[in-house]
Design a binder for this molecule. Structure first.
Ligand SMILES: [Zn+2]
Length: 141
């Protein structure tokens, strides 16, 4: 009998989310963009939450944004997710939000408003997860 392994929970891609995970595998961050109101949203869903249009498609994100909220998790809900880790909502520059992890070594959460950019966590041969890291230098925009 094999020793129990604590497997990290993995997504179950469906018709809506499979393109997101395929892009992530290639280290591209994409988000749904409505073809009627031109706004971005996340997570992928059947209709645009802004105008209820069914017409949207995935477009690349520039992968940069600001911390909207963040917390440092010291007590994990699962042994598969070793604590501590940082859970955050990032507001991307294209006007959408993503619940994600921030790769950080500090013992305090990344400050609200801090500039971050996407980075990639290779989970296994099939899965690459987006996460974020703080931008070291002043954003040149
Ligand atoms: Zn819309």
């Amino acid at each position: 009998m094999m020793a129990p392994r604590f497997e990290r929970p993995l997504p179950t891609p469906d018709e809506l989310t499979a393109p997101f995970w395929e892009a992530a595998r290639g280290r591209r961050l994409v988000r749904p963009v409505c073809q009627d109101c031109a706004r971005s949203f996340f997570t992928p869903q059947l209709i645009c939450p802004h105008c209820l249009s069914e017409k949207w498609h995935y477009l690349d994100s520039n992968g940069r944004g600001s911390v909207y909220s963040s917390t440092r998790v010291h007590r994990s809900p699962s042994p598969a997710l070793p604590a501590p880790y940082e859970l955050a909502v990032v507001e991307l520059d294209e006007g959408w939000h993503m619940l994600t992890n921030i790769v950080a070594t500090a013992d305090v959460p990344t400050p609200i408003g801090a500039r971050v950019e996407v980075t990639w966590l290779e989970i296994d041969d099939h899965w690459t997860f987006p996460a974020f890291r703080t931008l070291d230098m002043e954003d040149p925009r």
